[in-house]
Ligand binder design. Structure first.
Ligand code: NAP
Length: 482
């Protein structure tokens, strides 16, 4: 089996205590690669290396254009290794190969986008009184600890690292033990691209040990966390004890709102892709369909046909949908569906294990449609994080707005209609960090600010807004006259 080490201070090495764990292939349940399992002393070493890099300015104080050039090389190397990275992602996470290829290209785009920004992080001059020059400088915040989940290890690894590095920060990335391989490969490419030692470190290992120690480390300045609400709250508490600034991206229960006048063919494709991509394990998954009564029957039928004909299989064989990440996740999804049945939801498609030919012992969950789901049901409220779409019917725009805003989350919303007025009213009144009209997602959306309200978290990633998390403003006032 291939071995993946820690990346600390510009070198790949085993954990100090020699611990290893297996990364598991969710298509078979068998081991895929051996990964070094860091402990607290490895985290201490990574933090010390990251702090040393900040102290001597080997990255933060070089010409910003040179930082940009190195990040540009990262983008080139990601594209050079695209086939291998995509195959590794599909094996480790289970997602179809073409989705992994998209993830690879989006990751390259992150580095390309922020490479172009590195030398444009300008301050302002502020008029106060004659004889006083006041200006601001945007400085790197310091050491950024980044906790990356298993659903998009490469993409979310790049989404956090690229803007932080462009800002001049040092990064310590902790990938999820469930799927750590491509994040570690990103660290390897950092070494090859010429990121100086200590500036981009990767410490795989258990969240409760490595993640916890990292987030609460006094040598860290900022934390970017993507994952569950429960762990996010814990991370925020731990970070608060050190007064670290925090970005939380905690997923959602995002609605796709389909009005009766919509192009239903386009809506059916958009709604299905929004939930079944990555087997529903996407923070921005469109997991709730809110459909106007007159469109309900034709749209549900189109979705049912789509779900019934989807081909499941190991990600590396590029099926329509792969397995969910683990036995635990499989049981969690199954539990949600059972609960929804008990609450009175109707299972229109799927609902359990898919055991078609060639699926073996993998954790394959059928594409599932739950109709008649009401706001009082857990299935309407909880992030299921599996290929499960809930369906709720409405009559008026006000009802649609009420339903869209009836969860604790607010990450993404899709609106499908031919009426510009209806689209604009919904876009204005739906509580959501991003709104898409007659589409859902924007091919990775590297350029677009992304983040939530409510339990979806706070802070914005992607786009120029992301840089605000990794920069702090220094104000300088100079008296030169009476
Ligand atoms: P999780 O516990 O929130 O894991 C996310 C990341 O946090 C992983 O890297 C994990 O490491 C790490 N972590 C765990 N405990 C930590 C701690 N005490 N301090 C710092 N980091 C810690 O999520 P999960 O258990 O894998 O999944 C549970 C549910 O979370 C899912 O069903 C889904 O609803 C949600 N989720 C959402 C997203 C999203 O993108 N919004 C992503 C993943 C999961 P280890 O994996 O190594 O323990």
């Amino acid at each position: 089996m291939d071995e993946y080490g820690l990346i600390v201070d510009g070198e790949e090495r085993p954990a100090r205590d020699g611990a290893w764990f297996d990364s598991v292939d969710p298509s078979t349940g068998g081991p895929l690669a051996r990964v070094a399992g860091a402990d607290a002393s490895d985290v201490d070493a990574a933090v010390a290396a990251a702090r040393a890099a900040q102290a001597d300015g080997r990255w933060s104080r070089i010409r910003p254009a040179e930082r940009g050039r190195v990040l540009g090389r990262m983008a080139e190397l990601i594209r050079r290794d695209a086939d291998e990275l995509a195959a590794t992602e599909s094996r480790d996470n289970g997602k179809p190969l073409r989705q992994s290829r998209t993830d690879v290209e989006v990751s390259a785009r992150y580095f390309e986008f922020y490479a172009g920004v590195a030398d444009k992080l300008m301050g302002r001059t502020i008029p106060v009184v004659p004889g006083l020059l006041d200006y601001t400088v945007r400085e790197p915040i310091g050491v950024s600890a980044q906790i990356v989940p298993w659903n998009y290890p490469l993409q979310i690894g790049a989404r956090g690292a690229a803007p932080a590095l462009a800002a001049g920060c040092s990064v310590i990335c902790k990938p999820s033990s469930e799927a750590p391989l491509t994040a570690i490969r990103l660290g390897r490419l950092g070494i090859e691209a010429g990121v100086p030692p200590g500036v981009f470190n990767i410490v795989p290992g258990r969240g409760s040990v490595v993640g916890d120690h990292l987030v609460g480390h006094p040598g860290v300045d900022q934390v970017t966390f993507t994952g569950s609400v429960e762990t996010g709250i814990h991370v925020m508490r731990t970070a608060a004890a050190q007064v670290h600034s925090v970005v939380l991206e905690l997923g959602g229960k995002s609605p796709n709102i389909v009005l009766a006048d919509a192009d239903l063919e386009a809506a059916a494709i958009g709604v299905a892709n929004a939930i079944f991509q990555n087997a529903g394990q996407t923070c921005s998954a469109g997991s709730r369909l809110l459909v106007q009564r007159a469109a309900h029957a034709p749209l549900v039928e189109a979705l049912r046909e789509r779900a019934a004909t989807m081909r499941l299989g190991p990600g590396i064989e590029d099926p329509d949908m792969g397995p969910v990440i683990s036995a635990t996740q499989f049981e969690r999804v199954l539990g949600h569906v059972a609960g929804a049945r008990r609450d009175g939801a109707r299972v229109v498609a799927g609902g359990g294990r898919s055991d078609g030919p060639g699926l073996g012992d993998g954790w394959f969950f059928e594409p599932t449609l739950l109709d008649g789901v009401e706001p009082g049901m857990r299935a309407f409220q909880d992030e299921i994080f599996g290929p499960v779409l809930t369906i709720t019917t409405f009559d008026t725009l006000d009802e649609a707005i009420g339903l869209a805003n009836a969860t604790e989350y607010g990450l993404v919303a899709g609106i499908w209609t031919r009426s510009i007025e209806a689209a604009m009213v919904l876009a204005e009144r739906v509580r959501s960090g991003q709104v898409y009209i007659n589409t859902y997602g924007a091919g990775g959306g590297v350029e677009l600010p992304f983040g939530g309200s409510g339990k979806s978290g706070f802070g914005r990633e992607k786009g120029l807004e992301s840089l605000d998390s990794y920069l702090q403003t220094k104000n300088v006032a100079i008296r030169f006259g009476a």
